[in-house]
Design a protein around this ligand. Structure first.
Ligand SMILES: Cc1ncc(COP(=O)(O)O)c(C=O)c1O
Length: 397
């Protein structure tokens, strides 16, 4: 599988030489008509699959009516989606933008405005909050920072899932803790069960805001509307993007009344943020994401997780996740990027993240038959790697 080099595009992506030109439910089709099972969903974006009739109709209808008016005027679709998001989160107000990084930039600004001079935000090592300078500075991964110094000041980084480290790092300038409920880009790292609860208690005791980055985990991905709802906490700010409009660009910040109160006209904005077409898709997504669907995500996730564990693949060192967000970690004898490419050759689209981890983010519309197809392909591909290793070892004996 070779990448072509004669492109006019910047080299910032390591693209694979496949173009998907059509999608139907949990399946994708490339230019040659080859069919693939989509277990990546455009990195947790197309949660209701491809060409979902309800979503397609909602977007078509909106495109026929109006595309853009600007936030200088009322946009009732924003009101409708915001109402759904505040109902589900039990928070008060919503700001719409276009992406996850923008949602986090806005959250950082809102926290600083709230802090009235206090500015430091504690974030976790290995975390990922986006690529723009504020969100990048919040994302404590040296490999992302390299070449882009100086970073935005005002962030302290502590190990993930380490309460003592958080306590130690709080000072008189601390205004918030910003955290992913599961670290997606770092290899689907699931923290201890009571981590968020303890963070909430620390925030309450020290008058800090708790910002939960649900860009990847939110909008049903883990089997709850928001992943923080697996514990009984209420954050002050929640950021979302990815799955909210099933592939159209949309991000949002959902905040509590006390945060909302400090934001005044002119404090923040976005030309495209909350455009009617993305909002039409988002409204349809919120209509599709019922309690029944959330339960189904939990069941399918459990079935996939157990299915992978039951394969008892020799090379697998850990299988973890929540709902339809699953990481399969491999030992060093398998390069997970090669495994992902081999799965692709075998008609299954997956991703990689963190430490040699295969990342699975299938759409919510998958069924048991498709899970079985994935499991069969995974075991076949891992077996091929195992046999190749044995052959190589024999050749050097
Ligand atoms: C947790 C989290 N936050 C923020 C982002 C950035 O989102 P975007 O790529 O839409 O800017 C991502 C993207 O992967 C993410 O996983």
């Amino acid at each position: 599988m070779e990448q072509h080099n004669n492109s006019s595009l910047l080299k910032n992506y390591n693209r694979l030489p496949i173009e998907f030109v059509k999608g139907e439910g949990a399946f994708l089709f490339d230019t040659k008509g080859k069919k693939y099972l989509d277990f990546l969903s455009g990195i947790a974006v197309t949660s209701f699959g491809h060409a979902h009739p309800q979503l397609t109709k909602a977007v078509h209808d909106q495109v026929d009516k109006i595309w853009h008016t600007s936030n200088l005027f009322e946009i009732s679709l924003q009101e409708q989606v915001a109402q759904k998001l505040t109902e589900q989160s039990k928070l008060a107000k919503v700001f719409f933008c276009n992406s996850g990084t923008e949602a986090n930039e806005a959250a950082i600004k809102f926290a600083r405005k709230f802090g009235k001079g206090k500015s430091t935000i504690i974030t976790a090592l290995g975390g990922f909050h986006g690529r723009t300078m504020g969100s990048l500075s919040a994302s404590a991964q040296y490999k992302l920072w390299q070449g882009f110094f100086p970073l935005t000041p005002g962030f302290t980084h502590v190990p993930y899932d380490d309460i003592a480290a958080i306590n130690d790092s709080i000072n008189s300038d601390t205004v918030a803790i910003m955290i992913e409920p599961i670290q997606g880009e770092n290899g689907v790292i699931v923290p201890s069960k009571d981590y968020l609860k303890k963070l909430r208690a620390i925030c309450d005791a020290n008058d800090l805001l708790l910002i939960i980055d649900e860009v990847q985990t939110g909008i049903g991905r883990t089997g709850k509307y928001f992943a923080y709802q697996w514990t009984e906490i209420k954050p002050d700010i929640v950021t979302i993007a990815k799955g909210i409009a099933n592939g159209l660009p949309l991000g949002a910040v959902i905040c509590s009344e006390k945060v909302a109160e400090v934001i005044q006209p002119g404090d923040h904005g976005s030309t495209f943020g909350g455009n009617p077409v993305s909002l039409a898709a988002a409204l349809a997504v919120t209509e599709l994401l019922t309690d029944d669907v959330l339960n189904k995500i939990q069941q399918l996730g459990e079935s996939l997780l157990t299915g992978i564990k039951n394969l008892q693949l020799e090379k697998v060192t850990d299988v973890r996740g929540c709902g339809l967000m699953i990481g399969v970690e491999f030992d060093a004898s398998i390069q997970v990027k090669d495994l992902m490419k081999e799965l692709l050759e075998n008609g299954v689209v997956t991703g990689t993240s963190g430490n040699n981890t295969l990342r699975l983010l299938p759409p919510f519309v998958i069924n048991q038959k498709e899970i079985d197809l994935f499991l069969l392909t995974l075991s076949k591909v891992v077996d091929k790697f195992r046999k190749a290793e044995v052959k190589q070892l024999q050749s050097v004996q």
